[in-house]
Design a protein around this ligand. Structure first.
Ligand code: NAP
Length: 240
């Protein structure tokens, strides 16, 4: 299961998992965009449209995956958004609550349901898509960063509670070229990329490969970790 799998990083994760032989259920709010993604992913994919933070949608997705395939091994909590650009002190508490609902409660709700419906007996993995914004202060992304920091701790908490049957990890990307991040790099890409030791911004496959690793037996002794996938941009100490 990949939430928010109709475009961007989530769709690339779904492509990568289908390519390794998994059957993949993707979700997203826009039913048409989701149907196009499912058509592209092919016969081993299905889609369930809805809002990731809606408990009824969460229940429906888990139910439909189990009805179709009889198992739910890997959950990727990728759906996320940032409706609150700007300094954190300018954000109304109700909007911060909304950001938490989308970026944190969605992941919690899906993980809880996957656990109770399947993984508590059969095991599996959960991978949460966090962000480098959750690992330090980020100008303009304060509310988003606070929510992604909560997702990092949720990862650790669930990893502890669901072990040894289920491994729970996170990925924290820096700027990855998708529609979501376009405001950060459009018209500015060369200058921004110059600050990345690996010389470029990320692309969705940079994240998808790490998610595939975390949900594979190659990561069998790895849980509760947040892997930073950032082209090396976090390596500098701010000394210029
Ligand atoms: N791009 C980056 O630089 C970057 C960096 C760090 C972390 N991330 C994280 O990576 C994840 C994916 O981001 P992206 O860049 O791939 O974004 P994107 O290109 O905007 O794709 C977001 C996907 O999630 C779906 N979605 C959004 N809100 C949803 C909701 N409330 N319920 C269900 N589906 C929802 C979208 O479809 P619909 O619009 O149809 O719902 C779409 O499929 C997010 O969690 C983001 O915070 C991104």
């Amino acid at each position: 299961m990949v939430t928010g799998g109709s475009r961007g990083i989530g769709l690339e994760i779904a492509r990568t998992l289908v390519a390794r032989g998994d059957r993949v259920c993707v979700t997203g709010r826009d039913a048409e965009r989701l149907a196009a993604a499912v058509a592209e992913l092919g016969p081993h994919a299905m889609g369930v449209a809805g809002k990731a933070h809606d408990p009824e949608h969460q229940a429906e997705v888990v139910e439909r995956v189990l009805a179709a395939w009889g198992r739910l091994d890997h959950l990727v909590n990728n759906a996320g958004s940032n409706p609150a650009f700007g300094p954190l002190t300018d954000v109304e508490p109700a909007l911060l609550a909304k950001v938490f609902e989308i970026n944190v409660l969605s992941a919690f709700g899906f993980a809880r349901r996957a656990w109770s419906a399947w993984q508590h007996q059969h095991g599996g993995t959960v991978v949460n898509i966090a962000s480098v914004a959750g690992l330090g202060a980020s100008p303009f992304l304060g509310a988003y960063g606070v929510s992604k920091a909560a997702l990092v701790n949720l990862t650790e908490q669930l990893a502890h509670e669901l072990a040894p049957l289920v491994r729970v990890n996170a990925v924290a990307p820096a700027v990855v070229k998708t529609r979501f991040a376009s405001a950060l790099y459009e018209g500015n890409e060369e200058r921004l990329a110059a600050g990345y030791p690996l010389g470029r911004l990320g692309v969705p496959s940079d994240v998808a490969g790490v998610v595939a690793f975390l949900s594979s037996p190659a990561a069998a002794w790895l849980t509760g970790q947040t892997l930073v996938v950032d082209g090396g941009v976090g390596l500098t100490a701010g000394t210029g």
